[in-house]
Ligand binder design. Structure first.
Ligand code: NCD
Length: 311
């Protein structure tokens, strides 16, 4: 099966088969990352622009490494040093970049839906590296790959997501992808951070307490409070937040003994995750980062018209 999309903007737009294809390609790509010389000629001659209007450590770096490992030429633009600071519109910036004939633009932007807007207007491929509180498909895919590595499957798992669900694009991509793959999602967070109607997304249960969400969970995904998107303070203070929605060695005991603890980063240690848990035996945080490179290689490969990575 080939990949039919020009752009990858949201996991909600992909079928289960397409998600499986991206994950299995990422599994194959991993072999390249363990070689001495981590480079294959697959995307030689292709140009990738990483256009980041919001800060990023993991996502931007791993998209750049992914492009380089596939031999593409990668160029990075950050908003603070671009003409956005001189008043240029997003569409003008994008059209000017497209005049230089890139093959793929990987973009992070604070406005939800900005990738759909550009995707319709530009002929090059657009990959969403995070749009506001909408989606973060590469994070969703790398989370699924990390869970699959551990359990060999995604269906029938109890996956808890705890924290600021309303403002989290990671939560939206995880819910979208994992429910399609047959996982059951249990969400917990302060009522001010729980989007109304989220249970309509599929196999999703909104829990009244963190205990209910993580009890016997196979996977616990912890989220950072997205202060930059809230516009106002939604919790009395972080100490109280941490008491009710922070994961520590005591409440981790409610989950299965070998439950996976995941976090997209950046972690606010001592707020949503205690250092003991973040660095402990249940933590898969660095495994997620490692898988992020392979997943992004798979995404770049498929929007470039690749078929199966094994071919
Ligand atoms: C996340 C993001 O930017 O959406 N980080 C990431 O990409 N790994 C989550 C966050 O910022 O809390």
């Amino acid at each position: 099966m080939g990949f039919k999309h020009k752009d990858i903007i949201a996991l909600k737009d992909l079928t289960k088969d397409e998600i499986e294809l991206l994950i299995s390609t990422a599994e194959n790509m991993r072999e390249i990352n363990s070689r001495d010389i981590k480079k294959v000629p697959t995307l030689r001659g292709k140009t990738i622009i990483n256009l980041f209007y919001e800060s990023s450590t993991r996502t931007r770096t791993s998209f750049e490494i992914a492009g380089k490992r596939l031999s593409a030429d990668t160029v990075n633009i950050t908003a603070s040093t671009s003409s956005a600071t001189k008043g240029e519109t997003l569409l003008d910036t994008a059209r000017n970049l497209e005049a230089m004939k890139p093959d793929i633009v990987v973009m992070r932007h604070a406005v939800s839906g900005s990738h759909y807007f550009l995707g319709k207007r530009l002929s090059c491929s657009i990959i969403n590296a995070g749009d506001g509180a909408h989606e973060h498909p590469s994070q969703g895919l790398l989370d699924m790959l990390t869970i699959k590595d551990r359990y060999g499957r995604l269906d029938g798992l109890k996956v808890a997501i705890v924290g600021d669900i309303t403002h989290s694009r990671v939560a939206r991509s995880d819910i979208s992808g994992l429910t399609k793959m047959g996982s059951h999602m249990y969400l917990a967070g302060p009522p001010t951070m729980m989007p109304p109607g989220v249970e309509r997304l599929g196999n999703v249960t909104v829990c009244g307490t963190m205990k209910e969400a993580i009890q016997d969970a196979d996977v616990i995904i912890m989220l950072r409070i997205q202060q930059e998107r809230q516009g106002k303070t939604l919790i009395p203070n972080t100490r109280e937040y941490s008491r009710y929605y922070g994961l520590n060695p005591e409440n981790l005991k409610w989950a299965k003994p070998d439950a996976m603890v995941m976090h997209p980063g950046p972690i606010n240690r001592g707020v949503e995750l205690s250092s003991y848990v973040a660095d402990g035996a249940n933590s898969y945080v660095l495994k997620q980062v490692e898988n992020g490179v392979a997943v992004r290689m798979a995404m770049l490969y498929h929007v470039s018209g690749g078929t199966l990575a094994t071919e």
